[in-house]
Design a protein around this ligand. Structure first.
Ligand code: PGA
Ligand code: ZN
Length: 418
């Protein structure tokens, strides 16, 4: 198979928020790959820079003028070389020159072009024979925090479902859909003005406080667990960097009209885990507070404590967290670090150090399905990708296809801590 890169095309397209983003096509002698970049709203401050000055137009120009001449003629099969070349062309640690999202689109388009040129699916190409485990879908059902502009929703950014007892991906996705639907019906009873509005990630937006959201989501999880005959766990992402006021050194819960010191935040989260049997808690503290993450991890059992803004998918930051046992799970968003090689190294490090890697979408996303393939290829036991909405369904449906493709070899991933 010839995997020599013959052409690279960059263009401006749109994500599900209608924001401009960059898309790249890579054409090899015998194949083709395409990828577009997602975008976050509650971004970690240690993420790479998305775009150079001048935004997406400049990014497209830079890919055409700087990246294409260096990449055309290389072999798409050598992913590490492609990604190293991207770092060399840029020359800054955080992709300020070409933009991290341009690096992401080139890197992912390249991996797909290599897989396609070799006549295989991306997960087979990257993961080989051992890649046959499906991730559990962690799906957002109620939005709050910055995802509802800090207005009508709860203070907590995401109320999510993890059907961790399911025996197949399809069953797991079905449970999530039922729970999402049920939560929508119940929100309609609680909020008389609710008319089915959803956030970027397809989670409901209603005039409800944290407590009300917990009550409705807990009940829906319990009912679905009974109906389906397996555990559907309730989970939250506090996105606590968005709640943190660095001057006051307090977490500000606007809706609840309450502020919490780091100590009070720890007690609050511990209480929530206990009361609602939470299976997973993401970013319970702000992005520099490794110590509180460690303390919470020490004090909890049967609950994943996950760092998103804390680690920003960066191996060095994870190494710092691993030393302190700050958490036991890590969100992987490839565009937080720019390239597939960087993200894969973080996943490998996570697995070796007892952290569950959670492959994740962004709130601003496109209908690309790459993260579905990557979750299986890299052996991530969880994929965080919403329950409804086009950009989310693209990934869910791709995993249903992968499960079908694997047939008898398909198996749900092991989730040891739950
Ligand atoms: P994002 O955040 O808006 O930055 O994608 C989602 C998350 O915090 O997990
Ligand atoms: Zn998060």
């Amino acid at each position: 198979m010839s995997t020599v890169i013959e052409d690279l095309i960059a263009r401006k397209v749109f994500n599900n928020r209608g924001e401009e983003t960059v898309e790249v096509d890579i054409i090899t002698t015998e194949g083709f790959g395409r990828a577009s970049a997602p975008a976050g709203k509650s971004r970690g401050k240690n993420e790479v820079t998305y775009y150079p000055q001048g935004g997406v137009d400049q990014a497209v120009k830079k890919v055409e003028e700087l990246v294409a001449p260096a990449i055309v003629g290389l072999n798409a099969s050598f992913q590490e070389e492609i990604d190293r070349t991207l770092h060399e062309i840029d020359g800054t640690k955080d992709f300020k020159v070409i933009g991290g999202n341009s690096a992401f689109a080139v890197s992912l388009a390249n991996s797909e072009a290599a897989a396609n040129s070799n006549g295989c699916l991306l997960f087979q190409y990257l993961g080989g024979q051992v890649a046959h485990e499906l991730p559990y879908p962690l799906g957002n059902a109620i939005s709050g925090g910055q995802h509802t502009q800090g207005k009508s929703g709860p203070d907590i950014q995401e109320f999510l479902i993890l059907p961790y007892g399911a025996e197949s991906f399809l069953e797991a996705a079905s449970a999530n859909s039922q729970i999402h639907r049920k939560i929508g019906q119940e929100l309609g009873k609680k909020d008389t003005l609710f008319c089915g509005g959803k956030s970027d990630e397809g989670a409901w937006v209603a005039n409800v406080e944290d407590e009300g959201a917990f009550e409705i989501a807990s009940k829906a999880c319990e009912e679905a667990s009974n109906d389906f005959g397996f555990e559907c766990g309730l989970c939250i992402d506090l996105a606590a960097s968005s709640l943190w006021n660095g001057k006051e050194k307090k977490y500000v819960y606007r809706r609840e009209k309450r502020k919490r010191s780091p100590g009070e935040q720890l007690d609050f989260v511990l209480e929530l885990i206990k009361k609602h049997h939470l299976a997973y808690v993401e970013d319970p503290f702000h992005e520099e507070d490794f110590e509180s993450f460690a303390e919470l991890t020490r004090k909890t059992k049967n609950c994943l404590v996950c760092g998103d803004d804390l680690f920003t998918s960066d191996r060095e930051r994870l190494a710092r967290g691993a030393k302190l046992h700050a958490g036991n799970a890590i969100i992987i968003k490839v565009n937080q670090v720019g390239t597939l090689t960087d993200a894969s190294e973080t996943v490998e490090f996570a697995k070796k150090n007892g952290f569950a890697p959670v492959m994740s979408h962004r709130s601003g996303d496109t209908c690309d399905w790459h993260i579905a393939q990557l979750a299986v290829a890299l052996g991530c036991p969880i994929i965080k990708t919403g329950i409804v909405e086009g950009a989310r369904i693209a990934k869910i449906n791709e995993l249903i296809r992968i499960e079908e493709f694997l047939g008898d070899r398909a198996k749900m991933a092991a989730l040891d801590r739950l």
